[in-house]
Design a protein around this ligand. Structure first.
Ligand code: FE2
Length: 239
């Protein structure tokens, strides 16, 4: 029995809430509304994960821009707002592992959120992930694995998930889709650490849905197991 009295870390691992940073929050007011809607949904820790596209922007420029956006937001946040940590959503491209990716990890951690390409898995993909995971000794978090259902086969996913230390991030909307949930049940190997993210970009078309996702998960046996996994992983990473 868990005798801990510590507060549960209700984590949103994947958000685009930094004002003016990418295709997410447009300004500080919108970013604050997104944070507070998340908080109303019970979220107490959010990771800001703006897109980083190698080749479109130099990493130093990206980090400078991210720091400025974070300052603008934090200046307007109040102590009662949820905890906000900075990270990035890094699109995997051929050769990206030649770059030192540690500065893109979630602050204070070795966790790197990787977005896979939306295509049938190219031959170089596994090498890139392996170089990042084993070569750079970073903990790879696969962003919204659910969104690759149309692209990757179960065996491709299993091959990828063979790499040690991998964490799987699911989008809230995937958990809310019966069809997607059924796919994921078959795909996700038991025992893999899971994190949940809203991937929220705005308040309307891509809103925070963490509360709904958690409620939906609590209704089925597999969902409840995932929810326990999600909360245990969040506590281990950010508790
Ligand atoms: Fe995203």
């Amino acid at each position: 029995m868990n005798m801990s009295t510590e507060k549960t870390v209700v984590l949103d691992f994947h958000t685009h809430c930094l004002p003016g940073m990418d295709d997410g929050a447009e300004d500080v007011d919108m970013a604050l509304r997104m944070l507070r809607t998340s908080q109303e949904q019970g979220v107490n820790t959010l990771i800001a994960t703006p897109h980083f596209y190698l080749g479109r922007e130099d990493m130093d420029e990206f980090l400078e821009r991210r720091a400025a956006c974070a300052v603008a937001l934090r200046e307007k946040m109040s102590p009662s707002d949820p905890r906000l940590l900075l990270g990035a959503e890094v699109l995997v491209r051929e050769g990206i592992s030649e770059l030192d990716l540690r500065p893109l990890c979630i602050e204070g951690t070795d966790l790197l959120l990787l977005e896979l390409p939306f295509m049938h898995s190219p031959a170089w993909l596994y090498d890139e992930i392996e170089n990042i995971s084993l070569g750079q000794r970073l903990t790879v978090v696969l962003a919204h694995l659910d969104r690759y259902v149309p692209w990757y086969t179960k065996s491709e996913m299993e091959h990828m998930a063979d790499m040690p230390g991998l964490i799987i991030q699911l989008n809230a909307e995937a958990v809310l889709s019966r069809r997607c949930f059924r796919f994921l049940r078959k795909w996700i190997p038991g025992g893999y650490p899971l994190v949940l993210g809203s991937d929220m970009h705005n308040e309307t078309t891509r809103p925070p849905l963490i509360k709904e996702a958690r409620r939906c998960m609590s209704r089925s046996r597999v969902g409840r197991a995932w929810l326990s996994n999600v909360d245990e992983t969040a506590a281990a990473l950010f508790g």
